[in-house]
Ligand binder design. Structure first.
Ligand code: BDR
Ligand code: CA
Length: 312
């Protein structure tokens, strides 16, 4: 069985990535790393601790990661995401203070130690900026060749982006880190915005969580309904909101319901656009695979089965 580490900037869809990871029978969640992104890193870590407690999984350790990229304080982008994820990044739903605290080990050191311990059996799923992973690669370059699988939510092969017409938020917030990780990872799967935008959840589905009659079901329905309302009000989509981050978790353990294109990527560090790397385009060795299509009905059914089980 694979060992999974999530790297979350714990906002609304990151919360669902966590629920999906806990439900999947194909991997053990050995820890959650926090990143800035949808919110500040401390808030992301607190959100993760609160959600783990709600889900009865406080034994999963949480590690605090980067507060910002190496080039900016990322203040502006964090402000923008409040419109979509809420001021506390989880739909302004208030959760009790967690009884647990983050681990004393840093996110980078946890990633490095896990890479050495589990190597090919380790799956890392970043659903925020790639700052932590790039820092771990730089501190211990060996681990880039050890980690068996990195499957991330970020970027887009085909426009549009969501921060600018060409760029997606996770990559845009730390383009240098993303470029470094794309180029150095042994095996990296990019689940981009053009694909995740095909996976929508509506209030019909969140009502099913509510109908469970559990506190967890109500909380997750409230959190996601906020996101659906934000998508509606900001005119992103009138029907529902995208299941970005859980799709990366799903693909990390079972790539069979997406179509993957072997294509070595790079990031335009000026704006965070993900593009094919011209210098590695004809390299017969591919270390990057880009999702180009998803079997949406299959994913949605599995997503609902998993989340209904975890929220019961
Ligand atoms: C990504 O950005 C964040 O707002 C979401 O959590 C997701 O990871 C989508 O562009
Ligand atoms: Ca995210």
């Amino acid at each position: 069985k694979k060992k999974m580490i999530l790297d979350l900037d714990t906002g609304v869809d990151d919360a669902l990535a966590l629920a999906y990871a806990l439900a999947t029978p194909d991997a053990d969640l050995i820890g959650v790393v926090s990143s800035f992104g949808n919110t500040q890193v401390e808030t992301a870590a607190q959100n993760t601790l609160k959600l783990l407690e709600l889900l009865g999984k406080s034994d999963v350790p949480v590690f605090v990661g980067a507060a910002h990229s190496s080039t900016t304080d990322n203040f502006e982008t964090m402000q923008v995401s409040m419109d979509i994820h809420g001021k506390n990044a989880i739909g302004d739903v208030a959760l009790p203070e967690p009884k647990t605290i983050p681990a004393t080990t840093s996110a980078v050191d946890f990633l490095i130690a896990s890479a050495h311990q589990y190597a090919d059996d380790l799956v890392v799923v970043p659903t925020g900026p790639l700052t932590n992973l790039a820092a771990a690669f730089k501190k211990d370059p060996q681990i880039a060749d050890l980690i068996g699988n990195i499957t991330l939510m970020g970027g887009a092969l085909v426009v549009p982006g969501n921060v600018t017409p060409y760029t997606e938020a996770n990559i845009n917030q730390d383009p240098e880190a993303a470029d470094y990780v794309f180029k150095h990872a042994k095996h990296l799967v990019m689940v981009g915005l053009d694909v995740t935008l095909q996976t929508l959840l509506t209030k019909q589905e969140t009502q099913k969580w509510r109908d469970l009659g559990t506190e967890k079901g109500r909380v997750f329905a409230d959190i996601f309904d906020y996101y659906i309302d934000a998508y509606y009000n900001l005119d992103i989509n009138k029907a529902g909101a995208a299941l970005h981050d859980p799709l990366a978790v799903g693909v990390a353990v079972d790539p069979n319901f997406v179509t993957l294109l072997p294509l070595n990527m790079m990031v335009d560090v000026n704006d965070g656009r993900t593009i094919g790397d011209p210098s590695r385009l004809r390299d017969p060795h591919k270390n990057n695979y880009v999702a180009v299509e998803v079997d949406e009905p299959f994913y949605l059914e599995r997503f609902m089965n998993y989340t209904l089980a975890v929220l019961s």
